[in-house]
Structure formats: C-alpha cells, structure tokens
Write a protein that binds this ligand. Structure first.
Ligand SMILES: C=C(O[C@@H]1C=C(C(=O)O)C=C[C@H]1O)C(=O)O
Length: 377
C-alpha cells in the first residue's frame, strides 16, 4: 500500500488529520488526552508528556478559545505523507439531506450584538472585539467526518483542512471539529517561527471585476487596516520575550474561495531553542484575530454580548512533536459535528466604523467554507 493510500485508510478509520498543500499528517490509535483539566494546563504539560517518547509520537488536537475550558490535545502515533489528503471520490458517500437549519442568533440578533459592541467601543471600554454566530444544521443521516474533510481539502487548497476529535475518538457519538483554516497561528521548526495572522475581510464576488474591486477596497480600507494592526501588534508584543528577531512586513491580500483577507507574514527567531511550539501557543492565543483588544475587556464583552459557547471554535488546533516543533492554525472556518448535527461558526472583528449589516454579510461568507463542503451545490 502506498503512503497516501495508508493515510486515506487511517482517515476512514477515524484518524485525527491535518492536511494542507504540502503534507498530510494523521494521528491514529487510542490517543489518550494530554493531562490537564484545562486547555492551558494541557499546553503547559505537552512538552513534558512528549519527553523521551519515541520519534513519531505527537500531541495533536485542539485547545478552546477560552483556555480555561477543557482541551482536546491527545498523544498518539503520527504519520506524515507529502501532499494533501486524497480520498478517492468513488469511496465518498452520497450527499446527506439537511432536514433543518437554524441560525443562532438570527442575523438581526447578530446585527444587534454588533451595535452593542460598537457602543462599548465608543465608550472606550474596548478597541476591537470579535463577535461570532452559528448555523445549526440537522441532517436526516449522520454526517461523515472523513467525507467532510475530503471535500474541505478539495475545495480549499490554500488552507489547512482538519478533523479533530473533541471527545474519545472511539465513541461513535464523539463530537469532532472539522474545518479548513486559512490562518496559521504559528509554525515552529528549530529556532524559526512563522506566523500568518489574518484580520480585515471582504466577501468574494463571483463577478471578476467586482471581486477585484472588493480586494482593492479592502487593501485601501482604513477600518480594516486598523482591525488588522491590533492583531500584528499583539503578536509582536507576545513574541518579544521569546525572540531575538521579529520581522513584520506590510499586510498583503490573501484569498480563500469565499473571502478576501488582509494577512501579515511574520517571521521570528527564538532566543532559546528550549521554547517549544506549545509555549508560543500559550503566549499568543487568543490573538485579537478571534478575541479582541485589549484582551481582558474583549473577553468580557464577548462573554456578555455573544451568547455562545465557542468551545474549540476560534481555539488553536495543531500538533507538536518530540523536538518541540509544531504547527498550529486558528480554528476558524470550522464546525462542530456529532451524529446528524453540524454547527457552523463564523465571527468578525468589530472596531470603530464597523457596519452591522456588513458584518452579517462577512460572517455569512465565512460560513460558506464549511457549508459548500457539507452541502455541495
Ligand atoms: C473569526 C473568524 O475569522 C477571523 C476574523 C477575521 C476578520 O474579522 O476579518 C479574519 C480572519 C480570522 O482571523 C471566523 O472565520 O470565524
């Protein structure tokens, strides 16, 4: 059996998977949890849990948006193959039928929440806050996690497609986090660290001239550049204690099939190579790309205004190996799946000058990433 065939088989059998255009990483087997009652504790104990372990053992999974909540980082054997995951289309099941679809809150309720956030920004309590909403789909049959992730891989070549068990992966009722994240929180390889935060977004248009017009407008938008700068500034501040050089070029445009983003490709060199990928995740997460600025005020506003339990949505998902190297993406363009239920999440950054209706449209565009894979048109 070839390596890609083995990876496909592992995914069908319920592996944890991260797939991007360069490689596919699967984690298989019993996968016990990294010890720790919270996501933060799991991050703090990951490096020690891997110490002395055979090469090939990794910690992989998700930590929640709010690191005080329970994490889903698991220890297990990994295998990496070059190139994206390939599940032969012929092995994919027929499409599931959606019986019910329920937005929570309703789009008008979300627009109201954005207005509340704008009032709190105007009061000076917070400068940026990211508010999310959900769409809950109930299908007639169980969703297939492998089929979802295969479709996400095919449709989002520039992203990291992922499937991570939030409960015991051997439990057929387990909740899984699936998605295609375009946002690299960090990659650590030896002393080199690469980050590519996204913030400031515009929905794509199917009409090419309009699509380019929206991209140009995003790049020139003062509101979106401010929204983006909160993220880069917070990342640089969090990296400083760990790094001897940090390079931050000007923001550039990146596109997913659904959305334009402002992105900054930040590179840094660690001062001490004992700093592992999870040390950096614990220091950086949640960035203002998914939380806000200043962080404590933003967390309070989200808690009071959003009305959702984000769980691992807007968390950090990824893996670390026995050398302390690892790669973590921000859990956006994601959904929680269990049985017949699929809960799609999307959020948007609110700053002074944000328009509530535009934020409804932006979150709807972000939801398309998962929806187009769940319910191919
Ligand atoms: C919060 C999400 O995305 C984040 C918010 C963005 C923004 O507000 O412009 C852009 C990319 C992500 O960092 C999401 O997709 O749910």
């Amino acid at each position: 059996m070839s390596e890609p065939e083995a990876a496909a088989l592992a995914v069908r059998a319920g592996a944890t998977v991260f797939s991007n255009e360069k490689s596919t990483l699967v984690q298989t087997g019993p996968r016990p949890l990294v010890p720790g009652a919270s996501g933060l504790e799991q991050l703090r104990r990951t490096t020690a849990a891997l110490e002395g372990a055979p090469v090939g053992l990794i910690a992989a999974g998700a930590v929640p948006f709010d690191l005080r909540g329970p994490g889903a980082l698991r220890l297990g054997t990994s295998a990496s193959t070059p190139g994206p995951l390939h599940l032969p289309p012929a092995t994919r099941r027929r499409q599931v039928t959606v019986a019910r679809s329920r937005p929570r809150p309703a789009p008008s309720g979300y627009a109201d929440a954005v207005r509340t956030a704008l009032a709190r920004i105007a009061d000076g309590e917070v400068a940026k806050v990211v508010l999310a909403r959900t769409l809950e789909l109930e299908a007639l049959d169980d969703w297939s996690v492998p089929d979802l992730v295969a479709e996400l891989v095919t449709r989002n070549p520039g992203a990291t497609a992922l499937a991570v068990p939030l409960d015991d992966p051997d439990d057929p009722r387990a909740r899984w986090l699936v998605g295609a994240s375009p946002e690299l929180l960090l990659r650590r390889r030896g002393p080199s660290v690469l980050l590519r935060p996204l913030a400031g977004s515009a929905p794509r248009s199917p009409e090419p001239d309009e699509d380019i017009r929206r991209a140009d407008a995003l790049l020139a938008s003062d509101k979106d550049r401010r929204e983006h700068a909160f993220v880069v500034d917070a990342i640089v501040e969090a990296l400083q204690p760990f790094c001897r050089t940090i390079t931050t070029p000007e923001p550039e445009l990146v596109a997913t099939p659904a959305v334009w983003h402002l992105a900054t490709r930040i590179t840094a060199l660690l001062t001490d190579t004992g700093t592992t990928s999870v040390d950096l995740v614990a220091a950086l997460h949640p960035t203002p790309a998914v939380g806000g600025s200043p962080r404590p005020a933003a967390m309070r506003v989200i808690d009071e205004v959003e009305g959702l339990d984000r769980g691992c949505y807007a968390g950090a998902v990824g893996w670390q190996d026995v050398h302390g190297d690892g790669e973590w993406v921000v859990a956006v363009r994601c959904a929680e799946v269990s049985g017949r239920r699929l809960r799609v999440f999307a959020g948007a950054g609110i700053v002074a000058g944000s328009d509530p209706d535009a934020e409804v449209a932006e979150t709807a565009a972000k939801m398309r990433t998962v929806l187009d894979s769940a319910i191919p048109r």
